[in-house]
Design a protein around this ligand. Structure first.
Ligand code: UFG
Length: 339
């Protein structure tokens, strides 16, 4: 029988790509979302890509404990991937309670239901933000977590700890935290991708919106960092590659391959790319010129961070495959489709 994976926040950017890869790998998926930060564009795209017009969608808020309990009664859930959360760093500084209430309560509810039903496989969507400004690069899973610089980052650390402690305490609860580096790009079909509301905070949506004329000019935040070209370095991971890592992690849990009941994996490429390199690559692969200028540093940005992904390579049997050029071409195809 097919195993069923619940994807909370499954209508969003990462959740929709993961849903596609799970279905293509032969899993049954239940998508749950409250559509607080997206419309149904990606959910409709997922149905088109997979040919699954009947894909189950539950409109619900994970902060509602009764609704989460009912969901687990209505469906036999073998594993849950928890994406449902707010994700804007700046907004979390301005309104920490919004972030603490939503991001923590929703995950506590998932864990409480997992406990109540005597166990579940729980995959938590964490972030490289937990490493702060690393002392040594690349970062491994053993690199120390640093004090969070935003309430958003704090919720990622706290949720990791919730999962670790619940796995230790409640029989049958197993968990994996995936620490993503910088997810970018879009599905090659251009049917799903990132849909930021308002002015994008993240680099690639800002680049594509500038290229298409929605924004006048990209500001590159800082060119005086101690890096080869003075701009920040990140580990940009293709969204489809990232989605595939989830399929590997779910399979590891469901096939009884975990070596510890709680495991952590970095999901990145291992390749540092500077802001300027990314902009140049975007211009080259898409054969266009981008209007950009150098601007002051953005408060809270780390100078450089990239992953050592060897643990995920070895234990999950997963590796990032797409080049940054392929990913930037996909991001541009998605932006043009939205026009
Ligand atoms: N950048 C620009 N101009 C922009 C936007 C971004 O120069 O308009 C630069 C940033 O300064 C940074 C790089 O592009 O050097 C990447 O910025 P993003 O905002 O795309 O990504 P971050 O690395 O800041 O964000 C990531 C994750 C977040 C996480 C955060 C923690 O996307 O989820 O790290 O700091 F919270």
């Amino acid at each position: 029988m097919k195993k069923t994976v619940l994807v909370s926040g499954g209508a969003g950017f990462i959740g929709s790509h993961v849903t596609v890869e799970l279905i293509e790998a032969g899993y049954e998926v239940v998508v749950a979302d409250n559509f607080s930060n997206c419309d149904d564009t990606c959910f409709e795209g997922v149905k088109k890509i997979t040919g699954r017009e009947d894909l189950p969608l539950v409109k619900m808020d994970f902060c509602d404990r009764n609704a989460v309990g009912k969901l687990f009664k209505d469906y036999h859930i073998d594993a849950v991937i928890h994406f449902a959360a707010f994700k804007a760093v700046g907004e979390s500084v301005a309104d920490p309670l919004k972030y603490y209430t939503n991001n923590l309560q929703s995950f506590l509810n998932v864990l409480d239901v997992a406990r109540e039903q005597g166990g579940c496989n729980v995959l938590f969507s964490s972030s490289a933000t937990v490493y702060g400004e690393p002392e040594k690069l690349p970062v491994t899973e053993q690199s120390p977590r640093q004090a969070a610089t935003s309430p958003y980052g704090n919720t990622k650390q706290m949720c990791e700890d919730f999962l670790r402690d619940c796995v230790a305490a409640y029989p049958g609860v197993r968990g994996i935290a995936l620490r993503y580096f910088n997810p970018i790009g879009a599905h090659p079909s251009a049917l799903i991708g990132e849909l930021p509301r308002g002015v994008p905070n993240n680099l690639v949506p800002f680049i594509t919106q500038t290229a298409i004329g929605k924004r006048a000019c990209l500001s590159i935040f800082g060119n005086d960092y101690p890096t080869p070209d003075g701009t920040c370095q990140r580990d940009y991971i293709d969204i489809v590659d990232l989605a595939k890592a989830h399929v590997c992690a779910v399979a590891r849990m469901l096939d009884g391959k975990m070596e510890e009941p709680y495991e952590i994996f970095n999901i990145g490429t291992g390749r540092p790319v500077s802001v300027l390199e990314l902009v140049n690559a975007f211009e080259k692969v898409n054969n266009l010129k981008l209007n950009y200028k150098f601007a002051p540093r953005r408060p809270g940005d780390v100078t450089a961070i990239w992953a050592d992904p060897s643990l995920a390579n070895e234990k999950l049997g997963w590796k990032a495959e797409r080049t940054v050029e392929e990913t930037l071409a996909a991001a541009w195809a998605w932006e043009r489709r939205l026009k």
